[in-house]
Ligand binder design. Structure first.
Ligand SMILES: Nc1nc2c(c(CN[C@H]3C=C[C@H](O)[C@@H]3O)cn2[C@@H]2O[C@H](COP(=O)(O)O)[C@@H](O)[C@H]2O)c(=O)[nH]1
Length: 366
């Protein structure tokens, strides 16, 4: 028997023992975020899930989502979200989620960065969207990545103008970091993706998980991973919400088509933990609850912060499974549950509903 025949037999034997057939299709991409969230939940000491609260919340969330007929169509109903189903909206969403973090200010409440636009005062996430729309109205090509790296035209001073605040409200938090993110992303897109984010989408051939992995591997300011219990854990919040915003805006078609969109988890921000605590799903240890109620800062990467973010992701996953158990005929993913909870949280806030303050970690990650 020749050497080649021995090698090919050995290879065949190895394939069979590993259960890999010769023409196996590539393994489906995975982001690892959900597995890391379960690991954090299993190792959390200051944040816990209340199973009775979670089961009860699953039932009420389902009822409310049904009553509102909540779906991806709600994304474009928001007054400030872009309506065109084309590349300009892909650019808009990429910019929006590149900067979609940390809108709260220090000091006495309710002082917050605010933007006047279309006769209204917008705060929080909506202040960012309003500032982008306002810049476009002023003829500033703020959604164009080539503009971000043209530092002769796109000066820091111009960006301060774009994100200027309305009268007597505090400046946009972490503006310097936001400018850095724009420049960094602009160079990455120019050097590796022909200057446009649509190239990234096309390269991932309809896989949401592959797109998440491509983004976090190439854009450092979107690589939201941290150390916890001597392990690296991934949240990838702005990256995941970027993919989810595309999916919702384009209603699962064109630039929003992803065959594995259900791989996307809840987005580990500072609003949903607050909502989950109000719903009785999340419980905090006395020291942590006291710290949050006193509106004291939690530094980025602190175990408390990691537990808040990881347990929130895991909680939404358990809510999704419980809703699926109660209503097997439904197809509700973590994105829609998350979007619904965020919007509901904002409605409650507008109505002056009193709930525990959100935790205060200042970072670019969410
Ligand atoms: N988990 C989660 N986090 C979200 C959103 C959104 C907005 N998404 C829109 C798109 C579709 C939905 O229907 C929403 O209308 C912003 N954020 C995060 O919250 C924080 C801002 O809070 P505040 O300062 O109060 O506006 C900040 O970390 C921001 O990154 C969400 O949906 N889910």
């Amino acid at each position: 028997m020749s050497d080649d025949e021995v090698d090919s037999d050995l290879l065949e034997l190895l394939r069979k023992s590993l259960g890999i057939d010769g023409n196996s299709s590539p393994r489906p991409a995975k982001t690892g975020v959900l597995e890391d969230a379960e690991y954090i939940y299993d190792n959390s000491t200051d944040v816990a899930l209340d199973m009775r609260g979670t089961k009860a919340a699953a039932s009420s969330i389902w009822t409310l989502i049904q009553e509102k007929q909540y779906s991806t169509r709600d994304w474009s109903k928001h007054e400030l979200h872009p309506k065109a189903k084309d590349e300009s909206t892909v650019d808009f969403i990429f910019l929006m989620d590149l900067l979609n973090f940390c809108f709260w200010s220090d000091g006495a409440l309710p002082e917050q960065y605010a933007v006047e636009y279309r006769g209204k005062t917008w705060t929080g996430y909506w202040s960012l969207v309003a500032a982008i729309q306002r810049a476009l109205d002023e003829g500033i090509p703020i959604t164009s990545p080539s503009f971000w790296i043209n530092e002769g035209k796109c000066t820091d001073a111009l960006l301060q103008h774009v994100f200027r605040t309305s009268a007597n409200s505090p400046p946009m938090p972490l503006l310097g970091d936001r400018i850095y993110c724009l420049r960094e992303a602009g160079y990455v897109l120019r050097d590796q993706f022909e200057g446009t984010f649509t190239t990234c989408i096309e390269q991932c051939k309809g896989s949401a998980a592959a797109l998440v992995n491509l983004i976090v591997d190439n854009f450092p300011c979107l690589d939201d991973r941290h150390r916890f219990e001597d392990t690296t854990v991934r949240f990838h919040k702005r990256t995941q919400i970027l993919v989810a915003d595309l999916w919702a805006c384009f209603e699962g078609e064109g630039f929003g088509y992803f065959h594995d969109i259900d791989q996307i988890t809840m987005f580990a921000d500072y609003r949903i933990p607050q909502m989950l605590h109000s719903l009785g799903c999340l419980q905090y240890s006395p020291p942590l609850e006291s710290h949050i109620r006193q509106r004291r800062a939690i530094e980025s990467g602190h175990p408390w912060e990691i537990q808040l973010r990881g347990c929130s992701i895991w909680c939404i996953e358990l809510l999704r499974r419980e809703i699926r158990r109660q209503h097997p005929e439904t197809h509700l993913n973590a994105i829609l549950i998350d979007f619904f909870l965020y919007d509901t949280m904002k409605e409650m806030e507008t109505k002056g509903h009193d709930c525990i303050p959100h935790h205060r970690t200042r970072s670019i990650w969410y």
